[in-house]
Design a binder for this molecule. Structure first.
Ligand SMILES: Cc1ncc(C[n+]2csc(CCOP(=O)(O)OP(=O)(O)O)c2C)c(N)n1
Ligand code: SF4
Ligand SMILES: [Mg+2]
Length: 285
């Protein structure tokens, strides 16, 4: 399993130790979970995301929760996360901003033809701008077609990578560098859109609930294998664009929860629920 990622022969001695660790200690074939973080390598610690970035934490937790990292292909899109995608120990593909669910659809179908007897999980992980604004067309149509892929939104409520424009996911009245008078419209209820568009499982969570997040990632991916599309929305505050200290990220989530503006949510169709119960029964036996 460890041969999944290889460094070209002759380059081993010039690769930084941290990168060698990533290649040699990736999470393959071990069934790791968020409790095991720190015992294996899923992302370089020296990734280029800002200190205290909520999105970096969400990425780590997602990567640590994949049910089969060796058979997972992540599809990313332009944005802050794309800067760290090159430094994760799981196969991943970068797609043009907004195209991620179309790329994931093609990939899932091609993998089914190429490996008919194997399970290959295709997981989209992209920013809120890529998911709810510029890529919404592609996202929704993949749900309408019931593509068996998981879509994960890293919701930092802004176009962070381009310096702070408002996104559909920003809260009403949010003030950002390039929205100085405040956003005029409310946050888009994408989980509701996902439900109405045919997703078999929809969840909203944040890295302040790491175990729950890990659990929800596993459910979303397992259900997407057999039942239909799944959607997860991870509230991941951005200290740089929302101008709070890097150590206050968790505090921000807590404040949001206390004010009732953020709550963990799960929706599951009866079919997906029956599938999970069946799996559990199978595991027991
Ligand atoms: C087709 C296209 N349109 C616009 C851009 C410019 N662009 C790059 S990143 C970005 C915003 C990303 O926002 P989001 O998806 O929320 O990710 P974040 O940076 O917040 O993580 C934009 C508009 C681009 N690269 N490609
Ligand atoms: S700008 Fe925000 S989202 Fe982007 S890396 Fe920095 S803290 Fe994270
Ligand atoms: Mg964003």
């Amino acid at each position: 399993m460890k041969g999944l990622f290889k460094i070209s022969p002759g380059y081993e001695d010039v690769m930084p130790q941290e990168y060698l660790d990533l290649v040699n200690n990736g999470p393959y074939g071990k069934n790791y979970g968020v409790d095991d973080l720190g015992t294996f390598k899923e992302l370089l610690e020296e990734h280029p995301l800002c200190a205290g970035c909520g999105l970096a934490l969400s990425m780590r937790l997602v990567l640590a929760s994949l049910p089969a990292p060796e058979d997972t292909i992540m599809v990313g899109s332009t944005g802050c996360s794309s800067l760290a995608f090159t430094q994760v120990a799981v196969h991943n593909i970068h797609s043009l901003f907004g195209n991620q669910n179309a790329v994931a659809t093609g990939l899932k179908r091609a993998l089914k033809i190429r490996f008919p007897d194997k399970v290959k999980d295709v997981v989209v992980m992209a920013g809120d701008g890529a998911t709810v604004d510029i890529g919404l067309d592609m996202v929704m149509h993949s749900w309408f077609r019931r593509e068996k892929i998981t879509t994960i939104m890293l919701d930092n409520e802004a176009y962070a990578n381009t310096g702070g424009q408002e996104s559909g996911m920003s809260q009403q009245n949010a003030v950002l560098n390039m929205a100085p008078t405040g956003k005029k419209f409310p946050k888009i209820a994408l989980p509701e859109v996902a439900k109405a568009s045919g997703c078999a499982y929809v969840g909203v969570v944040s890295p302040a609930q790491p175990k729950r997040l890990g659990d929800m990632v596993r459910k979303a991916i397992l259900i997407a294998r057999e039942v239909g599309p799944t959607y997860l929305q991870l509230y991941s505050p951005c200290p740089t664009n929302y101008k709070f200290k890097s150590r206050e990220t968790m505090q921000k989530i807590k404040e949001r929860m206390e004010s009732g503006m953020f709550e963990v949510m799960e929706y599951i169709t009866p079919e997906a629920e029956a599938f999970l119960a069946e799996m559990k029964e199978g595991d027991k036996q």
